[in-house]
Design a protein around this ligand. Structure first.
Ligand SMILES: N[C@@H](CCC(=O)N[C@@H](CS)C(=O)NCC(=O)O)C(=O)O
Length: 236
């Protein structure tokens, strides 16, 4: 199945691309990392991904994109342990349900909170984000520490890049996930994710990450995601 050495088109700053990068590391895949500027929509780049977004995996002359699809592809093309998606059909369904929750209920308010400039909208987004983090927390396996048990898996990887960079919201918005009883399980999860051996190498220098996030916090970032948040449309 996995014949040729895969290439990962990635970027140090991109949380979506980090999902694919973490998955490659978690599965022990031997891959070439290619640092790609996704903002320059050259013909060469659009030939690799017609949507012009990172991450992209090139494997056996096939191109795979969309970060959640990349996680599943990596798990299936290299079917060795650990499995990122559980084998049990119900647990697999549960992984997809909560992965979808990350995409629809956590990422959009996170970016509204970071990008929008009006204090009222920021506050609404913050409350939404916090309520949804709580719902996510309450769905976690007990005792964990990961979302579905002892091993890092699909749901963890879906939210990990925002969780280990939550300091962006602290720095620009004075926000912290509360250290209260109801969020205790969240903090156990976040620590386990941040310190996982496949997640650690992907994390970047904090000052560099904060500098990269500044245009978002100031509301003038130029990206498809920022445009979508400004327009109130679905994020790409
Ligand atoms: N739905 C996509 C989103 C990926 C995405 O937005 N990547 C950003 C970088 S973090 C990008 O390539 N942006 C290029 C642009 O906005 O033109 C996925 O999950 O892979």
């Amino acid at each position: 199945m996995a014949e040729s050495k895969p290439k990962l088109y990635c970027a140090w700053f991109c949380p979506f691309a980090h999902r694919a990068w973490i998955s490659m590391l978690a599965k022990g895949v031997d891959f070439d990392y290619i640092e790609q500027d996704p903002y320059n929509k050259s013909a060469e780049w659009l030939a690799i991904n017609p949507r012009g977004l990172i991450p992209v995996i090139r494997h056996n002359n096939k191109l795979i994109y969309e970060s959640h699809v990349c996680i599943e592809y990596i798990d299936e093309a290299w079917p060795n342990e650990p499995r990122l998606l559980p084998k049990d059909p119900y647990q697999r369904a549960k992984a997809r349900i909560w992965g979808d929750f990350v995409s629809k209920k956590l990422i959009p308010p996170y970016y509204r909170f970071l990008l929008k400039q009006s204090p009222e909208v920021q506050n609404e987004a913050k409350e939404q984000f916090l309520a949804n983090v709580l719902e996510f927390t309450q769905a976690m396996d007990q005792p964990g520490p990961f979302f579905q048990g002892k091993e890092l898996g699909y749901v963890d990887i879906m939210f990990a890049p925002w969780a280990y960079r939550i300091y962006i919201l602290e720095h620009y918005r004075g926000f912290k996930i509360p250290e209260t009883d109801e969020y205790r399980r969240y903090h156990v999860w976040a620590e386990a994710v941040k310190n996982h051996p496949s997640v650690k190498p992907v994390q970047q220098d904090k000052d560099r990450v904060l500098a990269d996030a500044k245009p978002y916090a100031e509301g003038n970032a130029k990206s498809e995601l920022a445009d979508a948040v400004r327009k109130g449309s679905t994020i790409p």
